[in-house]
Write a protein that binds this ligand. Sequence first.
Ligand SMILES: Cc1cc2nc3c(=O)[nH]c(=O)nc-3n(C[C@H](O)[C@H](O)[C@H](O)COP(=O)(O)OP(=O)(O)OC[C@H]3O[C@@H](n4cnc5c(N)ncnc54)[C@H](O)[C@@H]3O)c2cc1C
Length: 106
Amino acid sequence: DRIEGKADVRLVDGRLLAFSGLFVASRCTPSNPLAESLGCALEETVLGLQIHTDAENKTSVPGVFACGDVARIPHSVSVAVGNGALAGMQIHRSLCWPETVLPLRG
Ligand SMILES: Cc1cc2nc3c(=O)[nH]c(=O)nc-3n(C[C@H](O)[C@H](O)[C@H](O)COP(=O)(O)OP(=O)(O)OC[C@H]3O[C@@H](n4cnc5c(N)ncnc54)[C@H](O)[C@@H]3O)c2cc1C
């Protein structure tokens, strides 16, 4: 039902479970509707809603790429930075050699 004090959990039946601390799995959603308004497919994950992409960071809309928290779990700085670098490479590739970029599948 709710958290009381520092980290005690009050159940809906009234029982109180005492803990020293709690780890919570928070859900995220894109803070901006840009991708959705462009028609990019979204997908549900255990950590919330994200933009559906493939291993090349393509979205379901040709020419639109997504990376970082908005498109990848787990959410971490190093994953987001690496994913951003890969997305940049894929965008470069799509501009220079568009014939090598296949549409996103699935
Ligand atoms: C409380 C908390 C603790 C965390 N601790 C860690 C940790 O210890 N280690 C770790 O590796 N990761 C941690 N993370 C996760 C990490 O912060 C993210 O994975 C990472 O910042 C994702 O980078 P990103 O560039 O994809 O997204 P973000 O860092 O969210 O960057 C997106 C940017 O886009 C901007 N933006 C949004 N809409 C618009 C718009 N319309 N126009 C212009 N700009 C816009 C936002 O303001 C933001 O600056 C933590 C996250 C949170 C919330």
